[in-house]
Design a protein around this ligand. Structure first.
Ligand code: PAN
Ligand code: ZN
Length: 185
């Protein structure tokens, strides 16, 4: 019997662009991020349709043992003096871990535990981030170009956005001249 050979989906490691016929893309606009940025007045003055980030994903069944593969493309920009960032979340199955892998751009990964303690890792092309269970995670784009990071996580992990709704992250990342500064809230 001939051995089957197929051409799999692929990803461009330097842009994070996924090439797959069944790719799914979810766009998150400013209007979807109510209450996420500190300066609500600055957010209100911007076009609500502004794309802040989009996630490309390969579809996977949400069953035990399956894995998701996705890429987050976070645009560069500030709202007030705060850099663009993802909403951030704990996993619904809070013990489930995840890997982030930096492709392009410069940014930070905020990791916050259930007690509110925050750790920060630099994100850059080639960076590897092991996000253990029980940690909320958020990407922040501190650079002047798009920040793209691949991610692999258990398909059963789910997203819990509610847990952060009250107080969010305890640290925000603001522009400070040509640099960034971490501000405790
Ligand atoms: C990522 C995130 C992605 C978007 O795929 O879902 O960066 O961030 P929010 O989900 O916080 O809007 C991931 O961490 N999945 O588990
Ligand atoms: Zn996650």
């Amino acid at each position: 019997m001939p051995v089957a050979l197929s051409i799999p989906s692929s990803v461009n490691y330097s842009t994070g662009q996924i090439h797959a016929s069944n790719k799914q893309t979810k766009v998150t606009k400013l209007k979807d991020l109510q209450g996420v940025f500190c300066d609500t007045q600055a957010a209100d003055e911007m076009d609500a349709e502004t794309c802040i980030y989009q996630v490309e994903m390969l579809p996977a069944q949400s069953v035990e043992g399956e894995l998701n593969f996705g890429v987050t493309h976070l645009e560069a920009g500030i709202i007030g003096d705060e850099f663009y960032m993802t909403r951030g979340h704990f996993h619904q199955r809070i013990e489930q871990a995840e890997f982030y892998l930096g492709c392009q751009g410069e940014g930070l990964l905020l990791l916050q535990d259930e007690q509110g303690e925050v750790r920060v890792e630099k994100v850059f092309a080639g960076s590897i981030h092991h996000i253990g269970g029980y940690l909320a995670h958020r990407l922040v784009n501190t650079g002047s170009m798009r920040l793209s990071a691949m991610a692999v996580w258990p398909a059963v992990a789910g997203h819990n956005y509610e847990a952060l709704k009250q107080n969010g992250f305890n640290v925000s990342v603001v522009k400070d001249g040509d640099h960034y500064r971490l501000v405790e809230k």
